[in-house]
Each structure stands twice: as structure tokens, then as C-alpha cells.
Design a protein around this ligand. Structure first.
Ligand SMILES: O=C(O)CCC(=O)C(=O)O
Ligand SMILES: [Fe+2]
Length: 318
């Protein structure tokens, strides 16, 4: 069957049951594809024979950056800085995990477009972060061409603030400002997920949704779909560590933007200027093979923006 919906990731397509038969998937790949389609996440063993050594080196090199006393088993590990963003820029092991070719090939196969990593986050403890979908931070046009890969760099027990998620929530409405009745373009926020908290809570309530905890062993990884609701659960034992690396991936030939600061309907997009970790090169925003140039500068506030921005955006969408 031809894929009549190239604007949807293959694993999120209504045609998935028919299309997947034609991909030539191994049994393991098919399990991952089914899980992503049905539950919005999938667990797999991270395919890297040097992973244990990488993890040791990452902990050793990044450890001092967190301001945490890792040597004392009793010390509070949650009090320092809880993450290092984009350590791939200076740490070859973080980069190697992000650009793992088997993972890139798998994601590209499952989504039907070429995957590229654009951000890494390295955590020594849990985030204790409220439930959110990554699509409010990193959305794409067409939608859903984004995912996260969460890698356990040690065994994670229930008291270490494990990752949690709501299975099936990737099928709930994708949050946009239009959906919740606010304007977002040029409006400052502490966090891009703040405006959507009440909407997610309402959806959880109406679905009677129960979160599941991810209690992996070291070396297991979890892929989450762009719209899967997830977060970091409460850390019952602050003396524990929960080393992990999250790599965020986008896919080729999309516009990459932040919904919280955008009003899509009227063409006001807060686009992202990305660099692919794979080659360190900028990735242009594209729509159907053509470069898309937003008239507004990314990451600027309304105050600093060129006053002619509205006119320019109007022209673009004429
Ligand atoms: O590791 C966690 O607790 C959550 C991380 C997360 O939500 C993310 O990196 O997108
Ligand atoms: Fe997230």
C-alpha cells in the first residue's frame, strides 16, 4: 500500500497495521513499533557494546559539574544542579550515545523520515518534573516528528524518582495555544509547559489515567512519542542517584518550533534554529523540501522584535 499520509510518522499512522507488514521489521523492531503505536513508548536494550565504559567516563567527567557530593552515600543528591544540557558539545561519550547509528536507523525506519539528534540532557538524579509532553517544547510541522530516548545509566528503583508516563496518552489532543484559548506569540513564560498543566490534569481525570513507573536496569532505554505525557516522579530517597541521558530527536524535512510561543493558526511560529548533533551543522526548517524562513527571529521577545515582523509573516503566508 502506498503511504497516503506521509505527514504522519509511520508508527502513528492509522495505516500502521497495513504499512508495517511492508517494512521488513525484525521481531524486536516489530515489538518496538507496536508498543509505540499502541502505548506511545517502547523499551529496548541500548545497542552499544562499549556502554558500561562510556557510562563510567560520563559520570567521572560530568560529576563535578553538578555540585553534588557523590562520595558520601548519605548526602542529599537532589540539592545541586540537576542536569547538564548539550554535553555532547564537549563529551565524546555523550555524543556517541546521541548519534548511535543503530538507534538512528531504528527511529528513521519507525517514523519514515531520517532522524537526527538535536539535544542531550544528562541527569545525575531524577527531575521530579510535572507531567508534560515534549511536543510543547519541541513541536514540528507536520506534527509528531519528534521523540525522546531516555537511557538508564544505572538500575533505577522506585525510591530514586523514576521516570513516569501515561500509556496511550500520545493519542490525546496535542497541546497548542489555540486548543486552550490563549495567545502565545511574543509572550514570556518561565516554562513552555506551564500553560498546559490544567489541560493535562483534566485529560488524566477524564480518562481515569494512571501513571506507570519506568524501573529499568542499567543499559535499558525508552523511546517516547512526542505527545506522550511523562515526567519525573517524586524522589523518596534523596540520597540516591538516578543517572540518565535523554537525547531528543527530530526528523528531516519539518519546521521545528515551540508551540507555547506560537499562534499557528495565524502563522506566528516561534521557530527553532537547530544544530544536528550528528554533523554539528545547522538544520534548516523545511516544508515539503523547501526551506522555510520565519520572518520573526527565534527566541526573541515582542519588545526586541523588528516592528515589521507582522507584515513579513503575513507576506510569507499569503
Ligand atoms: O528524566 C526525567 O525525569 C524526565 C525528563 C524529560 O522529561 C525530558 O528530558 O524530556
Ligand atoms: Fe520531557
Amino acid at each position: 500500500m502506498t503511504n497516503i499520509f506521509p505527514g504522519l510518522p509511520l508508527i502513528e499512522s492509522p495505516l500502521f497495521p497495513v504499512l508495517k507488514a511492508e517494512w521488513g521489521l525484525t521481531a524486536e523492531e516489530e515489538q518496538i513499533a507496536n508498543d509505540l503505536h499502541e502505548k506511545g513508548y517502547a523499551v529496548f536494550d541500548f545497542p552499544d557494546s562499549d556502554l558500561d565504559n562510556r557510562i563510567d567516563r560520563i559520570q567521572e567527567h560530568l560529576g563535578p559539574r553538578y555540585g553534588i557530593d557523590f562520595d558520601n552515600p548519605e548526602s542529599d543528591k537532589t540539592c545541586g544542579e540537576r542536569r547538564v544540557q548539550d554535553a555532547w558539545q564537549f563529551n565524546e561519550d555523550v555524543r556517541a550515545i546521541a548519534v548511535n547509528q543503530a538507534v538512528l536507523d531504528l527511529l528513521s525506519k519507525l517514523y519514515g523520515r531520517k532522524a537526527f539528534p538535536f539535544q542531550t540532557l544528562n541527569f545525575p538524579v531524577g527531575t521530579q518534573q510535572d507531567a508534560h509532553s515534549d511536543s510543547v517544547h519541541f513541536s514540528s510541522l507536520p506534527e509528531r516528528f519528534m521523540c525522546g530516548v531516555w537511557l538508564a545509566m544505572e538500575d533505577v528503583g522506585p525510591n530514586a524518582g523514576p521516570l513516569f508516563y501515561y500509556p496511550g496518552s500520545h493519542r490525546w489532543p496535542i497541546m497548542t495555544n489555540g486548543l486552550i484559548g490563549r495567545r502565545g506569540y511574543g509572550i514570556a513564560l518561565d516554562s513552555a509547559q506551564d500553560p498546559y498543566g490544567p489541560a493535562w490534569r483534566a485529560l488524566c481525570e477524564v480518562h481515569g489515567a494512571q501513571p506507570e513507573l519506568f524501573l529499568p536496569r542499567k543499559g535499558q532505554a525508552l523511546i517516547w512519542c512526542a505527545n506522550l505525557l511523562h515526567g519525573g516522579s517524586y524522589q523518596h530517597d534523596p540520597a540516591l542517584t538516578r543517572w540518565s541521558q535523554v537525547t531528543h530527536y527530530y526528523f528531516d524535512d519539518c519546521i521545528y518550533y515551540t508551540p507555547a510561543f506560537s499562534d499557528e493558526t495565524v502563522g506566528n511560529l516561534h521557530v527553532r534554529n537547530l544544530v544536528s548533533i550528528a554533523d554539528g551543522q545547522p538544520r534548516a526548517n523545511k516544508y515539503m523540501g523547501e526551506e522555510f524562513k520565519s520572518a520573526a527571529q527565534p527566541h526573541q521577545t515582542a519588545k526586541t522584535r523588528n516592528p515589521s515582523w507582522r507584515r513579513k509573516i503575513k507576506n510569507l503566508f499569503r
